[in-house]
Write a protein that binds this ligand. Structure first.
Ligand code: ZN
Length: 247
């Protein structure tokens, strides 16, 4: 039987993320367009691949109509945090719960999964406590880069990696030959969870010629390759939601 592939997309604002890193990048006029073009493309594919969107709650109102269209088409809405900051130390449960409830109230869907911004785990109490907090905040599964294994009260649906390299990520895939990514997805011992960002499908990110900072140039290098990689992978493997493979 073929291995399940889960295409996931972190839904967040590129310009806010860059500002948080100290880079003010001019925002193009008009609303963000990435999600609309992603949905259109997925719907046009044979087999109708289903994806999971990990959505930052405070960004969700800006793309509410697009998220509702994804949910209506059978895709999954999951949480990427109340905001895109660091996980709070101490009482993380409240922050985790808020990320879920904002999406559920806004969209009228049930949110089962969580992925932290930058795959963070809180500094205090380590992984066991974090997994407990996720369960207490009402989540059924988590998709990150850590594994607690059997003791975890939430299912773990980790992103695809190989020898510590996060091959599942678009940021790595844009720099690797397609055959490497394809082989890793094929050989993954469990579901191959791949992750991208909503702005990878937007087509309005600044060109490399427009930026001066080497850090920002690194962020943008090869970004245009990501969407075509996703189309090839979903055509080849299809895609299931994380909630589906988490059971
Ligand atoms: Zn993120």
């Amino acid at each position: 039987m073929r291995n399940a592939v889960c295409v996931t997309v972190d839904v967040e604002d590129f310009y806010d993320g860059m500002a948080a890193l100290g880079h003010d990048v001019a925002r193009p006029p008009g609303p963000p367009r990435g999600l609309g073009s992603l949905l259109e493309r997925l719907e046009a594919q044979p087999g109708k691949p289903k994806v999971t969107l990990f959505v930052v709650a405070n960004y969700a109102p800006a793309v509410r109509a697009e998220l509702a269209a994804f949910a209506a088409a059978g895709h999954e809405i999951a949480s990427h945090g109340a905001d895109h900051g660091r996980l709070p130390t101490g009482a993380a449960s409240e922050w985790l719960r808020k990320g879920r409830e904002v999406l559920e109230d806004l969209l009228g869907v049930s949110v089962r999964g969580f992925r932290s911004p930058r795959f963070d785990i809180p500094g205090d109490g380590g992984l066991p406590r974090y997994r407990d907090e996720l369960a207490a905040a009402g989540y059924h599964y988590v998709s990150d880069t850590s594994r607690l294994g059997t003791p975890s009260p939430v299912r773990e649906v980790p992103v695809l990696s190989w020898r510590g390299i996060r091959l599942g990520g678009g940021s790595y895939q844009r720099l690797l030959p397609f055959s490497v990514v394809e082989a890793a997805a094929r050989r993954s011992p469990g579901p191959a969870v791949l992750y991208y960002h909503s702005y990878d499908f937007d087509g309005t990110l600044p060109g490399l010629g427009a930026v001066r900072s080497p850090m920002l140039a690194r962020q943008l290098l090869g970004r245009g390759r990501i969407a075509p990689i996703v189309w090839r992978l979903t055509e080849r493997f299809g895609s299931e939601t994380c909630a589906h493979v988490a059971g």
